[in-house]
Design a protein around this ligand. Structure first.
Ligand code: C2E
Ligand code: MG
Ligand code: MG
Ligand code: MG
Length: 281
């Protein structure tokens, strides 16, 4: 009780300072509580192979349950989680939950659903991060080759040598590596050449420009050619229209992900989506 009273007093004080302080305080408290009381949720968005329409897997995307039951999107709390260091335990939770869910789906007969999850910079540079992922796999007794980690270009710097070593470690566990939001960060081609990655995800800001924007189409074609040269498979993010899908098909893009196929869905809804889609053939 005393604790709760203290918190209310602080919130009152913080709101005198302005909404920013309140927001930071409230979100931090919410994240702490969520870690203790199961307040985070993963939603799952499928990826589909263009060649045969096969569902290759899902990307796990985190949400934070608010007191009113609404879910807060990651862009509203991940940066703060990084600043406060809470991203480390949050990331551990994500890895465990992703493994647990993969196992549950496998038990229900959904085999070979690749489970991708995101790592942010601070997690990636935490020395114990890779080990924690390995522990999650072991705890849930799931095979690494069914998992994929998504990192962004900017995480590879300022220390590309260390980044490379970490990625090699993940690969040693047979976990696939994807470069997320590709095209929005700084990438040196020299570093890309040496990067132990398997997939490149074209950022949705580029996908949004096809097929109408000629310059963007040029960039997308260039990224595709570069990915082939580097032996990386390409996933296009944020596919929302048939025209985009058609264009990507013509470029022989490997996989697509986006609202056109499915929004990120709670686990049960995703399983239902999968069932319907399979029934249709
Ligand atoms: P991301 O990894 O690039 O994920 C793709 C984002 O695009 C997701 O937003 C997804 O809901 C959204 N999206 C998918 N298809 C479409 C589409 O057709 N149109 C549009 N406009 N958007 C689409 P979300 O779930 O809000 O996640 C935002 C970002 O938060 C992610 O970007 C990722 O960087 C980060 N994030 C999500 N989950 C985690 C997590 O567990 N850990 C960490 N460290 N970061 C996460
Ligand atoms: Mg991602
Ligand atoms: Mg992305
Ligand atoms: Mg993104």
């Amino acid at each position: 009780r005393a604790k709760a009273g203290g918190r209310n007093r602080f919130e009152f004080f913080a709101s005198d300072l302005g909404t920013t302080a309140t927001t930071i305080f409230t979100k931090t408290a919410l994240m702490r509580q969520a870690l203790e009381h199961d307040g985070f949720v993963l939603h799952y968005q499928p990826t589909v192979r263009l060649m045969d329409g096969c569902i290759t897997g899902v990307e796990a995307l985190i949400r934070l349950r608010q007191p009113d039951g609404q879910l807060m999107p990651p862009l509203e709390f991940i940066a703060l989680a990084e600043e406060t260091g809470l991203i480390v335990p949050i990331g551990r939770w994500v890895a465990h939950e992703a493994c647990r869910q993969w196992k549950a789906w496998q038990a229900a007969g959904n085999l070979n659903l690749r489970m991708a999850f995101n790592l942010s910079a601070r997690e990636f540079h935490d020395a114990a991060c890779v080990r924690a992922i390995g522990d999650a796999l072991k705890t849930h007794d799931v095979p690494g080759d069914q998992f994929m980690v998504e990192i962004t270009e900017s995480m590879m710097f300022p220390d590309p040598i260390r980044a490379r070593a970490l990625l090699e470690e993940l690969r040693g566990m047979h976990i696939a590596v994807a470069i997320d939001d590709f095209g929005t960060g700084y990438s040196s081609l020299a570093h890309l050449r040496n990067l132990p990655a398997d997939f490149l995800k074209i950022d949705q800001s580029f996908v949004a420009g096809i097929p109408a924007d000629e310059k963007i189409c040029g960039i997308v074609r260039t990224i595709m050619a570069m990915a082939r040269g580097l032996n990386l498979q390409v996933i296009a993010e944020g596919v929302e229209t048939d025209a985009q899908l058609q264009y990507l098909r013509e470029l022989a893009c490997d996989e697509v992900q986006g609202y056109l196929l499915a929004r990120p869905l709670p686990a049960a809804e995703f399983a239902h989506w999968l069932e319907i889609r399979r029934a249709r053939g």
